[in-house]
Ligand binder design. Structure first.
Ligand code: GTP
Ligand code: MG
Length: 211
């Protein structure tokens, strides 16, 4: 991914502009009207979705984060505004945490997939993978759901600060191979650390380029 200075600057301005919480939806009937583009963040519980939303918007406490998995149980909508550009960030509930993970996946599916499938304003889904754990069984299931949703998705590796650069290269290669068999996946991966803000400007620019 290579971007021009102008695009990088546009992204920086959009993500440092106004950002407000607009809704927390427990079911697909409660989601706000589609009046601007949206980007959704999906991934296992505790993978760092809420932390990534905070890092992107440069706000420490916009999305609630927690050391206890299962913190975010609703679809949480945040809206960025800069001049006439608007973009919504949607923090999705995590999956794979409950003691009965299969049941947990089913409830994730019924709540979230309904939203993902019927949302023309959704530009992409960021699927977060913990760089220490790699792609797990439940991530594979979700990838299949995402392929069916007819929305493009991109893998974001999180918590890169916990790995050496050699380990990062390994997990990047492994993950790239896995996504190559998924038709709706963006072929490149973005490596991030919300703690060290690594990869955050690149991800902002990619997301802003879709708006
Ligand atoms: N070292 C490190 N820790 C991180 C990073 N991002 C998140 N964490 C930690 O991981 C834990 C979970 O982060 P959250 O952002 O709450 O995860 P989540 O995916 O929103 O979790 P759920 O809402 O439960 O699905 C917290 O303790 C964070 O501080 C990172 O980039 N580096
Ligand atoms: Mg969360």
């Amino acid at each position: 991914m290579i971007y021009e200075d102008l695009e990088i600057e546009k992204a920086r301005k959009l993500f440092s502009g106004e950002c407000k919480f607009i809704a927390a939806a427990v079911n697909s009937n409660a989601v706000p009207d589609e009046d601007c583009y949206e980007i959704a963040f999906a991934g296992r519980s505790n993978v760092g979705k809420s932390s990534l939303v905070n890092a992107l918007t440069n706000r420490k406490t916009l999305a609630r984060t927690s050391q206890t998995p299962g913190r975010t149980r609703q679809l949480i909508f945040f809206q960025l505004e800069y001049n006439i550009t608007k973009l919504r960030l949607v923090d999705l509930p995590g999956y794979g945490y409950a003691k009965a993970p299969k049941k947990d996946i089913q409830s994730w599916t019924s709540l979230t997939v309904k939203y993902l499938k019927g949302r023309p304003s959704l530009r992409t889904i960021c699927l977060l993978i913990d760089s220490r754990r790699g792609v797990g069984v439940y991530d594979e299931l979700i990838m299949k759901e995402l392929d069916k949703a007819a929305v493009s998705w991109i893998v974001i590796l999180t918590k890169a600060d916990k790995l050496t650069s050699e380990e990062i290269e390994n997990i990047k290669d492994k993950t790239t191979k896995i996504i190559s068999s998924h038709p709706a996946a963006y072929p490149e991966i973005i490596v991030t650390s919300s703690l060290k803000t690594e990869g955050i400007p690149l991800l902002r620019t990619y997301l802003a380029s879709l708006s």
